[in-house]
Write a protein of this length. Structure first.
Length: 195
């Protein structure tokens, strides 16, 4: 089981969004990476690093959108935009660093890893904004956005895994990741009682 810090001691004044974004990006990356481990242990064929990074990208995009929805009633629009933007930028940096580490520092001369991640994130933020509901009252993901995420990942999986990966994601991985992401957001930005 992945353990992440969910209680944050307050400093004098409020933490700046960039600081929160760094912590949240690191946590979201670790949650997505753990999901890859779980999928591999459940005998899903990740096979290539490219497939693994693609799945991590899709999972983190989903979680960034979830963060945005959680932040909506907790902080003002300016802070929320800063937080989400800084989280996306930090995740793009982490994505690039992990790819470069895996490739012994060798870059693809025709592809900018950070730009590619930001482009995907912007597209997914628009895609997920189309769903009126994102979570159920019990905190689990609403069916439609979770299904959309699983379909985006399903496309890249081996044929033998395509019919089962959706269940694993929707029933197990995504709810666990959302729960941990919410705990972290609650630590930085407690929910409003009225919300």
């Amino acid at each position: 089981m992945l353990r992440v810090k969910t209680t944050w001691f307050k400093k004098e004044g409020e933490r700046p969004p960039e600081e929160v974004a760094t912590v949240m990006a690191s946590m979201l990356w670790r949650l997505a990476d753990k999901a890859i481990d779980n999928l591999s242990k459940a005998d899903y064929d990740i096979i290539t690093p490219q497939r693994g990074f693609k799945i991590i990208a899709e999972l983190t995009c989903f979680l960034v959108h979830y963060m945005d929805r959680l932040a909506f009633d907790r902080i003002d629009d300016g802070q929320r935009q800063e937080l989400i933007s800084a989280t996306g930028i930090r995740l793009a940096e982490v994505m690039e660093q992990n790819i470069l580490d895996f490739n012994d520092g060798e870059r693809d001369p025709d592809y900018d890893y950070q730009e590619g991640y930001i482009t995907l994130l912007n597209q997914r933020m628009q895609d997920y904004a189309e769903f009126a509901e994102f979570t159920l009252p019990n905190g689990k993901p609403d069916f439609q956005p979770a299904r959309f995420l699983s379909l985006m990942i399903r496309e890249d999986m081996e044929k033998s895994d395509q019919s089962w990966i959706q269940d694993q994601l929707m029933d197990i991985e995504v709810p666990a990741m959302m729960e941990m992401a919410k705990k972290n957001m609650d630590g930085f930005y407690p929910p409003n009682e009225a919300a």
